[in-house]
Structure formats: C-alpha cells, structure tokens
Design a protein around this ligand. Structure first.
Ligand code: HEM
Length: 404
C-alpha cells in the first residue's frame, strides 16, 4: 500500500498538473510556510487557540459541548472505487484531520493564511449503509445497522437523504469551519463527490453562560433529558462495545432534517406552545414544576382533572418506555432561503447517537410518527444514518480494519 507521504505528494502533483500555472514543490512548501506564519500572527484569541483532543478511544465531536457552527457533509464514492482506494482516502483524511484539529493547516493547503487556529474544531467520520452495499462489506457492518424506514410524517427530499460517507465538521468559528470543510472536500475529490451539505448553528461561546441548555428556533430549551457527557450512562447508551474492530468505540448516528413551520407556530400563545412540548418555555421545567431538571410527573392532573402534561405532548410521547429506549440527542438549528416560497425555512438538524439505533431510537420515532402534538408544526424532510468509526491513536488510520 502507498504511504501517507506518497499519497500526499501524489495529490499535490495532480493539482499541479491541472492548474494553468504549475508551482514547484519547493515553491508550494514556501507558500505554505509563509501562509501558516501569517495565520499564526493573527491567532491572537483564546478561542482561536482552543483545541479539542482528537485522538483517543472515540472520535471527537460527539461527547462534548456542541460548537457554535456545524457542517454535516455527505459524499458518494465515485464509480469503481474499491476498498483499497477507501483506505488511501482514509490515510489522507486521517492526516488532514489530525493536523487541523491540532491547529495546523493541512499539508498543501493553498490558503493556510485563513486557518488562524482550531477554534475547538472537530471532524467526525462515518459510513452510510449504501457504502457497505457498494463495496460488499455488509459482513463488517455494526449489528442491525440500516437505513431509517420512511415514516408517514416524512416528506423526504433526496438532496437531504442518505450518503456513502459522512464528514461532520464543527468549530466555534464559521470561517475556520468553512475553510476546513473546503480543504477536506477538495482533498477527497479523487475518491468521492459531495451529495449534500447541511449547515447548522447554536449560540456562540460566551453568548449564554456555560452549561446552559441551548434553545431551538421554536424558542424551547432543547436537550435537557439526555445522558450526561462523561458518564458511564452516556458510554452505555452511545459507544459500541462489541462487533468488528473498526466500530468498537464508535457509534451509530441518525440525522433527520426537520423543517419547522414557524409562521403558524408564531401564532400560538405561550400556554399553547408549552402544552405542545410539555415544558415551560422560560425555564424548560416540566409543566407544573419549577426547574429545568425537576422530575417529570406524567400522572399529575389539574383542578379540572385534566393531565398537566397533555396526552400527546412531545415529552410524554418521546419519554423512554423501557431502559433500551435511551439515546443521546443533539439538535443544531438551521435557517435557509426557501426560494419557491420567497420565505425563510428554519428547523433542526436533529441527531441521535446510539449503540443500536434499531433498539434505542426507532421505537421512539415510531411512537412520535403515530401521535405527537409537535407534528402539526414540524416535517422531517431529510433522513440519513451513518456508522461512526472508533477513535484512533497517533499512527493509526481511520477505519483501517474496515478497508484492509
Ligand atoms: C423539530 C423537531 C423536534 C423538536 C423541536 C423537539 C423538541 C424537544 C424539546 C423542547 C424537548 C424537551 C427538552 C429536552 O428534554 O430536551 C424534547 C425532548 C425529547 N425529544 Fe424532541 N424534538 C424534536 C424531535 C424529536 C425527535 C424526532 C425525537 C425522537 C425520535 C425526539 C425525542 C425526544 C426525547 C427522547 C425527548 C426527552 C423526553 C423525556 O423527557 O423523557 N425529539 N424535544
């Protein structure tokens, strides 16, 4: 197999051959050094210098605070790509990812001046069910991993569905995140084409106090009832501990693009909005309680004998009915132009991470698709699943065992 060095130099040569003016390897190396030095001079802030640990048992970007900006990118492999080619691509990606997450521009970055630091950059790599089929690697899939079935509430648009390979890029600086996204896509072009890009956001660092649960664009505190980061409970719900070596320490991701009808939501009063979810808007506390993390009382009735948390309120329908139905949720807001309506379109890039989506997430999703007051104002328009490879130590290659 080619070494990482050969692949990297090979890719520089390919770029050079296609360009109108070809710069020599020495000139490229100088340009890189000068650009990097320029970026270092600008990297004045604590945020620019902030880094997440990327190497380790699990890939970064899941068991951590959500960064302000996120890009989910799905790519489809080019015809005739083989498992060997995938391994060569993973060598390149591993090098790029570990370098950039350490705050250094990727080797051969033509614009290193832009990369002023990591700003808590994370890049997470996963593989969709279609990749295993195309490469006949089904026997190496995690147990029961598959595409999400279509639900009656879904109005799916193919431009937001499926995908062979996922790159999830997140950082606390939009410019850095977009530069990294372009670098990764550009270095992937011999292997795959982009299928979709979905951009999401939450508050910037420092805008709200640390540890405060984020709000979605319906105004709700969103993400309260979730396994706590860094706990044994989180590990048991999320990190796979059995199966092919490349996935032990990895997880499964469900990504749903859920459009919100904010125009009709805006017309509701606060009490009606609170009844839809079953929580107070200001504090995020369950209805009838005071604090966000107070226990939910699903049996409580008001003085008319009606349930305080309505029968079809989102949290009642979503609440786990047994210990299997617990997973990690992380919502990212999105807002784009709906050109056909001349309006804004807003919603959530809604994610669930689980050891086994079929046992932990799907039963909840089926229940919500059947009845959930929230469905009146929300429509899933995108749907994809990815198996997220285990984390790696320095010297290892992402998903090496899968493609060897
Ligand atoms: C646009 C779509 C959605 C919105 C706006 C939304 C919003 C919320 C909010 C505000 C809460 C209460 C706070 C919290 O515990 O996080 C919540 C809880 C929850 N949601 Fe959603 N959600 C959406 C979609 C979904 C989907 C698709 C699922 C699963 C298939 C889901 C599963 C859950 C679960 C499991 C809880 C915790 C319930 C409990 O307290 O036990 N949500 N959601």
């Amino acid at each position: 197999m080619l070494t990482r060095r050969q692949i990297l130099f090979g890719s520089i040569a390919t770029v050079g051959a296609g360009a109108t003016s070809i710069i020599s390897g020495a000139d490229a190396a100088n340009a890189y050094r000068e650009g990097f030095a320029a970026a270092q001079k600008l990297a004045g802030s604590k945020l620019a210098k902030s880094k997440l640990t990327w190497h380790g048992k699990h890939q970064a970007g899941i068991e951590s605070r959500a960064q302000a900006h996120t890009n989910f990118v799905a790519l489809n492999i080019l015809p005739n790509i083989t498992a060997d080619d995938m391994l060569r691509w993973m060598v390149l990606l591993t090098d790029n990812i570990s370098t950039m997450c350490a705050g250094i521009p990727a080797l051969a970055d033509p614009q290193p001046d832009v990369f002023v630091g990591a700003a808590n950059l994370s890049i997470t790599v996963g593989f969709g069910p279609s990749l295993f089929k195309k490469l006949k690697l089904e026997s190496n899939q995690p147990a029961s991993f598959d595409a999400i079935p279509k639900f009656s509430i879904d109005e799916l648009q193919s431009e937001y569905c499926d995908g062979d390979v996922l790159l999830h890029i997140a950082a606390d600086d939009l410019q850095i995140m977009n530069h990294v996204t372009r670098t990764l896509i550009s270095d992937s072009k011999s292997f795959a084409k982009m299928h979709w890009l979905q951009n999401g956001f939450t508050n910037a660092v420092g805008t709200v106090p640390e540890g405060v649960t984020q709000r979605n664009l319906m105004g709700q505190v969103d993400g309260t009832d979730n396994p706590e980061l860094g706990t044994e409970n989180f590990a048991q719900r999320v990190w796979i501990d059995d199966g092919p070596a490349w996935i032990v320490g990895g997880t499964q991701l469900a990504l749903r693009r859920i459009r919100m009808n904010l125009n009709t939501w805006d017309l509701l009063g606060r009490t009606e909005k609170e009844a839809v979810i079953g929580r107070h808007l200001d504090t995020g506390a369950p209805l009838g309680k005071t604090n966000e993390r107070d226990a939910i009382d699903f049996e409580a009735v008001d003085d008319r004998g009606l349930k305080v948390i309505p029968e079809f309120a989102h949290i009642r329908r979503a609440a786990s009915q047994n210990l299997d139905e617990i997973f990690f949720r992380r919502p990212f807001n999105y807002q784009v132009l709906d050109a056909s309506a001349g309006q804004l379109e807003a919603g959530l890039l809604w994610t669930a991470y689980a050891r086994d989506l079929s046992k932990q997430y799907l039963p909840v999703q089926r229940r919500l698709a059947q009845f959930d007051l929230l469905n009146k104002w929300t429509t899933p328009i995108g749907s994809a699943t990815f198996a997220i490879a285990r984390g790696i130590d320095p010297g290892e290659i992402i998903a090496e065992e899968l493609f060897s």
